[in-house]
Design a binder for this molecule. Sequence first.
Ligand SMILES: Nc1ncnc2c1ncn2[C@@H]1O[C@H](COP(=O)(O)OP(=O)(O)OP(=O)(O)O)[C@@H](O)[C@H]1O
Ligand SMILES: [Mg+2]
Length: 311
Amino acid sequence: MIATVTLNPALDQHVEVDNLVLDDTNRWVSFKRQPGGKGINVSRVLRELGGETVAYGFIGGHAGDDIERLLKEEGVHTDFTRIKTEIRSNFIITDLKTHRQTRISAPGPRVTPGEFKKLLDRITGLKPRPQYIIFAGSVPPGVPYYIYRELIDRMKVLGIRTVLDAADMWLIEGIHARPDIIKPNVREAQTLLGVELKTEEDIICAVKTIVGMGVGIAAISRGPDGMIIADGNVILKVVPPQVEVMSTVGAGDSTVAGLVFKLSEGGSLEEASRLAVAAGTAATLTPGTELCHKEDVERLLPLVKVEKMPN
Ligand SMILES: Nc1ncnc2c1ncn2[C@@H]1O[C@H](COP(=O)(O)OP(=O)(O)OP(=O)(O)O)[C@@H](O)[C@H]1O
Ligand SMILES: [Mg+2]
């Protein structure tokens, strides 16, 4: 089983309009609400790929009820910790004429120390113990910024493999606990290391540096160029085929799901990387906040190129 933890989930409200006019009334062509937040997305993709998963995290208010219901409809198991405040809603407006996407994100509700402790107890007491636990996304106000470091430390004691997909201070702090896997994009990796990553050589150097910091597997994703990934033994450059992109929302989350799913099945780093990139690229084929479809992942899988790089 693969557990995911989303401390800052969101109800994604996605509107499509035919030609967005500012300062005026627009009519929507379509309106969709979907469960959002990085860990939740990873669980949804794991489910799509046929994996077993439970989504943990905070949930509250009507938006929270909607997320739980929508996930249930998709067959995703959840075990959320209730908070008193309503969780955030994110708004996404896609202009069908220009294909431009405007996203408006909220910071998230304030979590009380009591609610925070409840979640901590729930996660440390997980039964049955998952094989992997994935911590993903931002941290809401009221939760200490070093939360991922603390959670990863506690999971490692229990022998659970840990994955961290977060940005900024949450990643910088969390990496001190030496998670088994991290998957920043280039921008996040630059902030983590405090250097610019302009060339392929820079990124290769970066994954090696991160592994040198005690992380088991470092994967840096690079949009249409795929991903460079390293463990202590090999460095792989993984490149997807060129595709017509509809929306890149959730591409990175699909990548994480593909990677961890294959590893949990006992796959090699090469097999897992191939599935990761196929899933990430498959997510770009779907509109709005929709994630990848299994058929697309399977179709793309043999088209992903994996090249071993010199150490
Ligand atoms: N334009 C694209 N064309 C093809 N594949 C893409 C494109 N953008 C993203 N991908 C696929 O998705 C993967 C992850 O993308 P990216 O590096 O943008 O992740 P991210 O920034 O972490 O995304 P997220 O916003 O979901 O966290 C890439 O490795 C690639 O497989
Ligand atoms: Mg990401």
